[in-house]
Write a protein that binds this ligand. Sequence first.
Ligand code: GUN
Length: 291
Amino acid sequence: MTATRLDGKALGQTMRAEVAAEVAARVAAGKSRPGLAAVIVGDNPASHVYVRNKHKACTDAGLATWVHTLPATTTQAELLALVARLNADPAVHGILVQLPLPKQIDEDAVLRAVTPAKDVDCFHPENVGLLAVGHPRYYPCTPHGVFHLLARNGFDPAGKEVVIVGRSNIVGKPLALMLAQKRTAANPAGGDATVTIAHTRTADLTAVCRRADILVAAAGVPRVVTPEMVRPGAVVVDVGTNSMDGKLVGDVHEGVAAVAAALSPVPGGVGPMTITMLLVNTLAAAEHIDG
Ligand code: GUN
């Protein structure tokens, strides 16, 4: 079997065009232009690439966007002061503080300082809580991107066995919540799936992964999912973005393409979908805040 490619670049472009059309219609109706403020602290090269890509995607879709670049020596008080300013700025509907932050800064304190209505990453505990009880204000971007990459390629997770390798706050945990939840009008990305979270302490990772109809690799370990872990005909989503010898590699071994029915590539799979969902959330934030 040679896996069908789950093309996030193409789907991302389609969905960005949908956002751009909604933004244009909104502005033509005299409403506010959605605006995203991104904050980046320090010199992490991967973070700078992500923020640049987010900035360009916003501009292309007609959103207002600002990037605040702070030095690696920034203090927590300075960063909190900037977040407070963005919280109060009526032109800013979404605030994104790029992670990781330098070690002198308490990441939790900063994420809690972002006013929940502008928390387009869905990292604030209030928004995580709303997601957990099935009434999401926003969906976190990467899990939401995975949901659409599956659903819009004809792989509805409803009733399926999903195994997620990885339990991070950014991907594994919120994705597991979303995919296990009941799909309702208030929770359209509820997956109605049977979900297992696997991680570094899972006893027999291969046996657990082979149960999956849909296997999501989100461990942050290069090629941790090997062909023998994949049941023939399963759908595999690779969330990994690991840098190896200057090259971007995923969490899924190349050989999985010969076993899986469908596989998302790295790059060009989940990454472009994450950015697309950020645009979706910024538009939603403008609608929440300004109407
Ligand atoms: N670092 C890695 N992924 C993300 C993300 O989705 N949002 C932010 N803010 N930082 C990240």
